[in-house]
Design a protein around this ligand. Structure first.
Ligand code: NAD
Length: 340
């Protein structure tokens, strides 16, 4: 069993820990946190060995036992997943390198933190045996998953995507906007287009970002020019066959993120997590152009707290050489119940 340490037990880290625990070929060596807050209590209650990212005293003062300091966790791990706040991963890099523990970073880090920016569907093989990998952000993951099959089957000439982003996660009480609709950033392209190009270096893509007073999910409005003229049905069939794309039929009556989250909570998913991209079937539209190309349109919703979680699991397998891409994705999907 591969021993996986998780440094940072917040929104992403706690989900990655639970996902690792659910896999047949890996185990959680422990989790590290900086603060003895409610999430530290959850780590303890779930039976994870808890390590202090800084001083142990605040934990013992709060009555929470710690197994040691983060250095010991990294030393005892075959792979470490860094899920600390954006920018902290870069500061932790020296420790992972000193202890020669391969590391997985998150999308809040600059791409320069690791030699590979990773999406399981698009470039798994590039991460096999790497010393460090960055799992791209929730939005870049969502875009990469839908673009990879379209690029493979039809070729993509140009992508134009508008990302309507939630102002903050449900637990991020200090974020906003509270009552506004912001172009964010106002400049074009937003940082998402260059981030997608860390996965697809040859792709022509422009993105525009917005932020709105919502916490549940992001919504992407995507327009792409294909180098072929499939029908809308062809595109729907292609995307429906992808394990991490949920093409939502009209009959379900799901009109937005609220009902999507309700659907996954009703289905008994942990935390109501939506690991897949959710694409509205009736939004899939193809307009043939005169010269053998076609414009394709779609809306998709992305659960920012969840979609990168299976990607972290696959990045662990890639870095450790435990499986090839399709095998890993299948194993992860089966263990978590993705696509069900
Ligand atoms: P978070 O604030 O919810 O959790 C961070 C955790 O790290 C907390 O448990 C905190 O106590 C701990 N921590 C803080 N400083 C630490 C340190 N020095 N050492 C160890 N632990 C420390 O953050 P998050 O939302 O889980 O984000 C983590 C990373 O994932 C960031 O790079 C972020 O950009 C990325 N990401 C976040 C989302 C999202 O929507 N939340 C989506 C995709 C990617």
């Amino acid at each position: 069993m591969l021993r996986v340490g998780i440094n940072g037990f917040g929104t992403i880290g706690k989900r990655v820990a639970d996902a690792v625990r659910a896999q047949p070929d890996m185990t959680v060596a422990g989790v590290a946190k900086r603060t003895p807050d409610y999430e530290a209590e959850i780590a303890r209650d779930r039976g994870y060995s808890l390590f202090a990212a800084a001083e142990t005293t605040p934990f013992t003062a709060a009555g929470i036992d710690v197994a040691g300091q983060v250095r010991q966790l990294v030393a005892a791990s075959d792979v470490v997943v860094d899920a600390t706040p954006a920018g902290v991963g870069e500061r932790n890099r020296a420790l992972y390198e000193e202890l020669e523990t391969p590391a997985i970073y998150q999308g809040g880090e600059d791409a320069s933190v690791a030699p590979v920016s990773f999406n399981a569907r698009a470039n798994y093989d590039e991460a096999v045996g790497a010393d460090a990998v960055r799992v791209v952000s929730c939005n870049t993951t969502g875009l990469s998953r839908v673009l990879a099959p379209l690029e493979e089957r039809y070729g993509i000439e140009k992508v134009r995507a508008t990302l309507v982003r939630r102002g903050g996660d449900p637990s991020q009480t200090g974020r906003g906007p509270i009552n506004d609709t912001l172009p964010d950033p106002v400049s074009i392209p937003s940082h998402h287009a260059p981030d997608v190009k860390t996965v697809f270096p040859e792709l022509s893509i422009d993105t525009m970002g917005m932020k709105v007073p919502a916490t549940l999910m992001h919504t992407h409005a995507i327009n792409l020019t294909l180098r072929a003229t499939p029908t809308a049905e062809d595109v729907r069939d292609l995307l429906t066959a992808e394990g991490r794309l949920l093409v939502i039929p009209e009959r379900l009556g799901i009109d937005g993120a609220g009902k999507l989250k309700e659907y996954t909570r009703d289905a008994g998913r942990p935390r109501g997590d939506v690991w897949e991209n959710c694409i509205w079937a009736e939004s899939l539209t193809v307009e043939p152009l005169s010269d053998g190309r076609a414009d394709c349109y779609l809306f998709q919703a992305i659960h920012q707290e969840a979609d990168v979680v299976p990607e972290n699991v696959d990045a662990i397998r890639a870095i450790a050489g435990l499986a090839d891409g399709p095998e890993s994705v299948e194993r992860t999907n089966e263990a978590l119940g993705i696509g069900c």
